[in-house]
Design a protein around this ligand. Sequence first.
Ligand SMILES: *Cc1c(COP(=O)(O)O)cnc(C)c1O
Length: 464
Amino acid sequence: MDTRALLRALPKVDELLKRSDVSALADLHGRELTLEALREAIDATRAEVLRGVVAEVVTDDIVAWAMGHLADAAKPSLRAVINATGIVVHTNLGRSPLADEALVAVAEVARGYSTLEYDVETGERGSRHVHVEDLICRLTGAEAAMAVNNNASAVLLGLAALARRKEAIVSRGQLVEIGGSFRIPDIMRESGAKMVEVGTTNKTHLRDYEGAITPRTGLILKVHSSNYRVVGFTEEVPLADLVALGAKHGVPVFEDQGSGVLVDLAKYGLPGEPTIGAAIAAGADLVSASGDKLLGGPQAGILAGKREIIARLKKHPLARAVRLDKMTLAALEATLRLYLDEGKLIERVPTLRMLTMPATEVERRADSLARAIRKACGDAYAIELAADVSRAGGGALPMEDIPTTVVTLAPARISATALEQRLRLGDPAVIARIRDGRLLLDPRTLRADEEPEVVAALAAAAGA
Ligand SMILES: *Cc1c(COP(=O)(O)O)cnc(C)c1O
């Protein structure tokens, strides 16, 4: 066919709309988007005709293109993925998955109206802080508490409320970058506190802090090394000593703890990270932590401390700017409630369950995953089990190698890199690691119901 005949053969949008498959498409995606996709498909085909790369105009192909395009466009940008990396608190993949109890609480509260700021006893306005304050106090021993948008805003609020236009003393060993653009010196500047650095990168002594105290000192800040370690010839001042120093000079002490540990993780075979309760017991005036790292809840910043300090924070104008929404509050309250029954805590909070999953269980799951892949994919992959390490990730337990068993795959027909990409672009996306030319799947971060999906994705990705 010559070009003109091909152009004449291009279908009209109106004709396409009469097809039953296209009207089904319009029902699903709406008329506007469907028309747009059909026009784009026709335009793309016209351009190909004009370039001379089309021998025949196939209407079914044009419709199929529009269908694919609509399906892609309808995919949410923020969507679930399968984490096969073994990095438990994976910041880029959304940190902590929520407990079922938290999911139910979010749905309940989000669907309708709620007691967000309403006191049903009095019929009057209430405070959104009440939903988590007693729980945090009970779990940490603090006099008072509140929760804000995330730990970065908790630190900002603490600094602004306690040290604006005053000096805040911090060790040079703790002037860290927490991730992205969150650096302690920057957040200090934004809060209006004047940073007074003491000590050196590897060693800071109590006398360094003491020598820096002036009548203008508003705060002593301690930043817990939740996502880094200074190793070797090092020394930092224990919190209790800073508290004693602060008490002597009437200066409050604020510890940014980061990872948000409420129970002694050493009991479960994890390194004994300091708990919020331990910092409160040591006398800290204020402690902050993330809700979605080791705590295993939603993105939030927990602030616990002395009654008078928390009262100042609640009254500060920034508190309104960094407040939590009802969905997050519901998830946080439900997650904190799980901590009231420590016996069931590990099985209910996914982050803790994954971090503490026994080596034998990971190995058993790796073995069953390998069998399922072999059964579904035949000889498309050379499959082996290998010892490897999972990581806590996300600014938690930085030095900790958590022994794990991974399923390693060498694809027969494509490269491991191509396989990794296919899995990543699939639906649902499966995120995996590559090492030494093999794809690694760590069952630690896979939910049981995700395993069949991983197998299906591997079967679909196996071809040349
Ligand atoms: C993670 C972390 C933060 C930032 O917390 P977000 O909840 O991510 O805002 C601040 N300080 C420390 C020590 C941290 O580990």
